[in-house]
Design a protein around this ligand. Structure first.
Ligand code: FAQ
Length: 311
């Protein structure tokens, strides 16, 4: 019977139809989606930490309001994604437990520190820019709830990217010290941003299967290249340079060549040895424990209200 169901599933994917929660799907498809969506959700909420670090030190009320809105959006993105993962039968609590136990991943990028105010700009421009490049194709993901969550997330990410760009532009055109601060932030965030797209195609364990299932629409290297090509003219407009002496236009390919990525560093960060891995997870576990009373209160409130009509 499974073979007939699998044929229906394969045909739906081939016909660009959406797979919905109640449709039959192969166990491995479900598992791979949960893996990717959980990693994505975890990235959104862990990703609040590096920038939240600057909320109290934002240089003006306007900058502070913008940054608070952005960090709140990230919490919201986490919630859309946990809800989307719930439609596959895995609850938020279960996924959070796995994150806290170090059994599920979050993006490597959030294990780097935010040393200056310019880092908030570099994160917006580069990290959110990389996130959009990766996530726009996910709006066409074969799994309906994930694809729909992505549409809204991408709109908000675009605003995040613009605020980062505008912040960096203000610094770049500011005093020499401000310009230098912007350049230093770009120097530190550039290479880790390129690593966000994942390992090179020949080392990407899941790409081939995920592309057959139309979860992913482009390979890691394709999206990384697209991102580099987008960033080069933007860096020029910003008056900042990208820290890669090998970066140059390749007329033949119609794309930029760029230098070698330090995959050793990527693997170390994935193993937990990045500059902030321990700090991020400790802070996440603490926030979860300190928020226990909110969850308890919400459950008590809900029980009280469901009990009422019968009283
Ligand atoms: N960091 O076979 P592949 C954001 C893992 S944006 C850590 O190529 P796949 C917005 C991968 O899980 C960031 N781990 O895997 C924001 C796998 O491990 P596993 C989040 C990585 O899935 C901005 C192994 O390596 N975005 O949060 C990374 O086909 C600012 C082999 O890799 C998403 O998650 C990495 N960079 O492709 C928030 C987007 N790369 O599971 C706050 C959705 C790979 O076997 C502030 N995800 N790994 O143990 C995806 O598109 C894909 O999952 C990829 C990886 C492209 C990340």
């Amino acid at each position: 019977a499974d073979e007939a169901l699998e044929a229906v599933f394969d045909a739906a994917v081939a016909a660009e139809e959406r797979i919905e929660p109640r449709d039959w799907m192969p166990d491995a498809y479900r598992a791979s989606l949960v893996r990717q969506m959980a990693q994505h959700a975890h990235s959104e909420i862990i990703g609040m930490q590096p920038e939240a670090n600057w909320i109290t030190r934002a240089p003006s009320l306007r900058r502070k309001a913008i940054l608070m809105a952005k960090v709140q959006d990230e919490a919201g993105h986490g919630l859309y994604l946990y809800s989307a993962a719930e439609t596959l039968g895995t609850g938020r609590e279960e996924l959070l437990d796995k994150l806290h136990a170090g059994r599920q991943r979050y993006s490597s990028i959030f294990n780097y520190p935010t040393l200056t105010w310019a880092d908030v700009g570099a994160i917006g421009w580069l990290v959110d820019g990389a996130a959009i490049t990766n996530q726009v194709p996910l709006c066409r993901c074969s799994y309906g709830p994930y694809a729909r969550a992505m549409v809204r997330i991408c709109k908000e990410e675009s605003f995040h990217q613009r605020q980062g760009y505008e912040l960096l532009l203000a610094l770049s055109r500011g005093t020499p010290a401000q310009h230098e601060m912007a350049q230093d932030a770009v120097n530190r965030w550039w290479w880790p941003s390129l690593m966000m797209f994942g390992p090179p195609d020949d080392a990407s364990a899941h790409s081939a299967q995920s592309m057959t299932w139309k979860i992913k629409r482009h390979s890691n290297d394709e999206l990384r290249q697209r991102f580099v090509d987008i960033c080069v003219p933007q860096a020029e407009s910003l008056g900042l340079t990208l820290p890669d002496p090998d970066l140059r236009w390749n007329e033949e390919r119609g794309q930029h060549d760029f230098g070698a990525i330090d995959w050793q560093e990527f693997h170390e960060v994935l193993k937990g040895n990045g500059p902030c891995n321990e700090q991020r997870l400790t802070q996440r576990r603490r926030a979860h424990e300190e928020g226990a009373w909110v969850r308890d209160a919400a459950v008590a409130y809900a029980q009280k209200h469901t009990a009422k009509p019968g009283q």
